[in-house]
Design a protein around this ligand. Structure first.
Ligand SMILES: [Zn+2]
Length: 63
């Protein structure tokens, strides 16, 4: 029995072991995420897709 996890960002259910967490070097990303999604919390993590989406969006910001 696999535990389901609901991504707080996109609200999709994924397998519990696919959850990714931002590491502490990404404080700035964390703050932006919190602004965009007030319900989001670092401990809640996010799904790999949201992380990828968010990282590419964030990389574009810096260009
Ligand atoms: Zn997601």
């Amino acid at each position: 029995m696999v535990e389901k996890y609901r991504c707080p960002v996109c609200h999709h259910d994924i397998e519990g072991d696919l959850v990714v967490f931002l590491d502490h070097t990404k404080m700035e990303m964390e703050n932006i995420l919190k602004n965009k999604y007030p319900d989001w919390d670092k401990e809640k993590g996010l799904c790999p897709k949201c992380k990828d989406d968010f990282e590419s969006w964030y990389d574009n910001l810096k260009k």
